[in-house]
Ligand binder design. Structure first.
Ligand SMILES: Cc1cc2nc3c(=O)[nH]c(=O)nc-3n(C[C@H](O)[C@H](O)[C@H](O)COP(=O)(O)O)c2cc1C
Length: 450
């Protein structure tokens, strides 16, 4: 039997794929934009809506990196507002375990689960840079190595809080005057090296028991954390080969924790450009790539590798002859890309060779070496590719990142989704009411304890 595909809509926000210069591009902050994208996702029967998190604006050369779309409203506020205008769509937010406290976060998710009727999802991230931490009272207080230890304790503490209430604790029996069925509802006491807390948790259990847990770290520790605790993993491995390798790796870790392969879904991020024909889509994709990599963006991107101010260079000219500055990146703070350049001198050499062989300018080179769209083609081609990747175990579905807000998902909803539904690999109607049900995950009370 074919696997069922899971789909989510990522509100693009601060992201290097977001095109803000297009005349059709709307606000990244006004509620109407969130509402529009969420309603489209729900109309298309998507599993969930997804918000990433950035706790500090990125900077480059000591200035705000204003070519990123600026602004990232608070996750819980946005998701709570969306709960009121949607009915079935899962509402998933990225919340950091390094800079928050378990009681506070558990309370926020329990509240969201209650008021959305069981649709809350939590993408637990740790963050890796001290730069982000400077915004908080403890600064970048945890070494990267310790962050997953804290994340694991954080999550298990939050679970204790969710589990301090059982279904049926609130009886509110008017005849007998009994409100709670047991006196110790909500009682908790937790002590470990990171958290020492005790008291009463003040939000009774939501319909899902615990929110759905997503995890997005890619390191060995991140993958292990996902295998031990998460219901789904958000990855950046969306192609067949890389996807299959990642899928096999994380699913292979589950048995160690007494879990089955179905208990952790693999959902890579994916971008897409559609067209009436494949050729038309390719042409549109070329235009989108040029919108995503403006001349200024190309220079800034090059600076992230070179670790130097390159503002005097012409984006339509050749690559710099000077070499990158090796060592701590002082130019581009808070950017994940700087972590990926393992050996800047070698990468610069490869880029120069590529540019020379194909006569590429700086801008053309950056377009070439930065991620292109995952799916490009007619609706039929894209539906086929998505299904193929899922059936061949490169993923269990995708978290789609449109490049335009608020209507960047419309064409996908109108043309690709019906084709997946016709094939019987994507739901035509929601079968359940909770996010857990959409994802085919058991209620925590009805599965073996981790
Ligand atoms: C696909 C993907 C999406 C991510 N989204 C976010 C995010 O929105 N906010 C955030 O703070 N970190 C995000 N991260 C960072 C990770 O959660 C994690 O904190 C970081 O990658 C360090 O862990 P690692 O060394 O295991 O990768 C993302 C990572 C991946 C792979």
């Amino acid at each position: 039997m074919s696997k069922q595909i899971h789909l989510a809509a990522h509100f693009p926000g601060v992201n290097n794929t977001t095109v803000w210069s297009d005349p059709r591009s709307g606000s990244q902050i006004e509620f109407a934009s969130f509402e529009r994208l969420a309603r489209t996702a729900e109309r298309a029967k998507f599993d969930f809506f997804f918000l990433a998190e950035g706790l500090r604006l990125r900077e480059q050369n000591g200035l705000i990196y204003d070519l990123d779309v600026v602004g990232r409203p608070d996750t819980f506020t946005v998701l709570a507002a969306l709960a009121a205008v949607t009915d079935r769509l899962g509402l998933t937010g990225t919340i950091n375990s390094t800079f928050n406290e378990p009681y506070e976060v558990a309370r926020q998710f329990a509240s969201l689960d209650q008021l959305s009727g069981g649709r809350a999802g939590w993408n637990v991230v740790t963050s890796w840079d001290a730069f982000t931490g400077e915004n908080f009272r403890r600064g970048g207080f945890l070494r990267q190595d310790d962050r997953y230890t804290r994340a694991e304790r954080f999550l298990r503490t939050a679970w204790e809080l969710f589990d301090s209430w059982r279904d049926g604790d609130v009886v509110a029996d008017r005849a007998s005057g009994t409100f709670l069925s047991r006196p110790d509802a909500g009682a908790f006491a937790h002590r470990d090296a990171h958290f020492d807390i005790a008291g009463r948790f003040n939000v009774p259990r939501g319909p899902q028991g615990r929110p759905v847990i997503l995890q997005a770290g890619d390191s060995d520790k991140g993958r292990e954390f996902a295998a031990a605790t998460a219901d789904a993993i958000f990855s950046r491995h969306g192609t067949l080969e890389a996807g299959q390798a990642f899928y096999a790796d994380v699913k292979g870790r589950l048995a160690r924790y007494g879990r089955t392969r179905e208990e952790l879904l693999v959902l890579p991020a994916a971008t897409f450009v559609l067209g009436d024909t494949d050729a038309d889509a390719q042409e549109r994709a070329r235009v989108v790539r040029r919108q995503q990599v403006s001349g200024q963006t190309a220079i800034r991107h090059l600076e992230q590798l070179w670790n130097r101010d390159l503002s005097a260079y012409d984006p339509d000219g050749p690559l710099p002859e000077v070499d990158p500055v090796v060592g701590e990146n002082t130019i581009a703070k808070g950017r994940a890309s700087t972590r990926m350049f393992g050996d800047p001198l070698r990468t610069a050499r490869q880029w120069r060779e590529l540019a020379a062989a194909n006569k590429l300018t700086i801008r053309e080179l950056v377009i070439e070496v930065t991620a292109r769209q995952t799916f490009i083609g007619s609706a039929a081609t894209v539906a086929e590719s998505i299904n193929d990747l899922v059936q061949r175990d490169a993923s269990d579905g995708f978290i789609l990142v449109p490049h335009l807000v608020p209507d960047g998902l419309d064409e996908f909803a109108d043309t690709v989704v019906p084709l997946l539904q016709q094939r019987g690999v994507f739901r035509a109607e929601y079968q359940g009411t909770t996010l857990r049900e959409h994802l085919g995950l058991a209620h925590p009370d009805r599965r073996p304890a981790a």
